[in-house]
Design a protein around this ligand. Structure first.
Ligand code: PMP
Length: 308
């Protein structure tokens, strides 16, 4: 039997009882950092494959350093709390795991981070596809610009940053597109609303550097490794302009939720053939085996939790 549990104020509780007060600082100001981690159900081994668990917590800790959120757990302890929650929740299907380190202080008139108490919570929900990545999606260039590092650092998952992503995603969907591509303050390509972006030209793969104000994505890092190890391609980091997307052979997006998602159209211009390109297909198929623990070369990216 599966149970919707949460880790809240140091204990595993029914998610219905994991509630914060209306005065909680993070609710008012977005003063939190979170992660999105996938657990992929492996039917052959009756186990949950938590993908790149450690790397997600390393990024969470980087975020807490920026927001001065002190939590009493290190990366090892956070990994253990997570495997325990996954085990005791008992889900036998794909799940999404959401840790959040937040300013839990019930003080709404204080903007001084060191004076605000902190807490850490973790929850798990059943989760299928975020975007249908079996087909090439239809994107628009957002009229919203990506946050700059001089506004709020976009390289980590600060909760408040997501207002930027949510405005862009909402604009895209209301206009009939699947996803938004967001330009940074200098006008070059940053990323999707919840995904990093890559282009392919004549067999070369390029992505904007983190200094172009995108998230330090874990799937992005996987794609660097997979391209190098499996396709012999060294990915280049370089500023990319909007018109380069229109003219690329292939464009794809990457993210924990979105996996590897091909882009078939941008602003009504067809990219390449309009279908999933050759290199995107190869990376997509390798990645989908790797995240489920079905590629023995990449098992060090997988934390397996047996569910009885
Ligand atoms: N950019 C943004 C803005 C995101 O929210 C995400 C999802 N976490 C990504 C990129 C992809 O990051 P990751 O591969 O670590 O999930």
């Amino acid at each position: 039997m599966s149970k919707p549990l949460a880790f809240f104020k140091g204990d595993l509780v029914d998610i219905k009882n994991a509630n914060v007060n209306i005065q909680t600082h993070a609710l008012h100001y977005g003063t939190a950092v979170f992660e999105g981690i996938r657990g992929n159900w492996n039917t052959t081994n009756d186990s949950m494959i938590i993908f790149r668990l450690r790397e997600h917590y390393e990024r969470l800790i980087r975020g807490t350093r920026i927001l001065l959120i002190d939590i009493p757990y290190d990366v090892d302890e956070l990994c253990n709390i997570t495997t325990d929650l996954v085990h005791k929740s008992g889900y036998k299907q794909d799940v999404y795991i959401r840790p959040i380190a937040y300013k839990s202080a019930e003080k709404i008139a204080n903007l001084k981070l060191p004076e605000l108490e902190n807490d850490f919570a973790l929850m798990i929900i059943p989760f299928g596809d975020y975007i249908d990545s079996s087909r090439a999606i239809n994107c628009c260039t957002s009229s919203w610009r990506r946050l700059d590092d001089t506004n709020i650092p976009p390289r980590v998952k600060i909760s408040g940053n997501y207002v930027n992503s949510i405005l862009a995603k909402t604009e895209a969907v209301l206009a009939g597109f699947d996803e938004a591509i967001i330009l940074n303050q200098s006008g070059s390509v940053s990323e999707g609303s919840g995904e990093n972006l890559f282009i392919v030209n004549d067999g070369e793969i390029t992505t904007p550097p983190l200094s172009d104000n995108n998230l330090d994505g874990i799937t992005r890092n996987c794609v660097f490794e997979i391209a190098k190890q499996e396709l012999g391609i060294q990915i280049k980091e370089k500023t990319i302009f909007r018109s380069e997307l229109y003219l690329a052979d292939e464009v794809f997006l990457t993210g924990t939720a979105a996996h590897i998602t091909p882009v078939g159209q941008l602003d009504k211009r067809t990219i390449g053939t309009g279908d999933t390109g050759e290199i995107t297909t190869k990376i997509q198929s390798l990645y989908s085996d790797i995240v489920r623990g079905n590629n023995s070369k990449y098992l060090d990216w997988c934390t397996s939790v047996q569910i009885s």
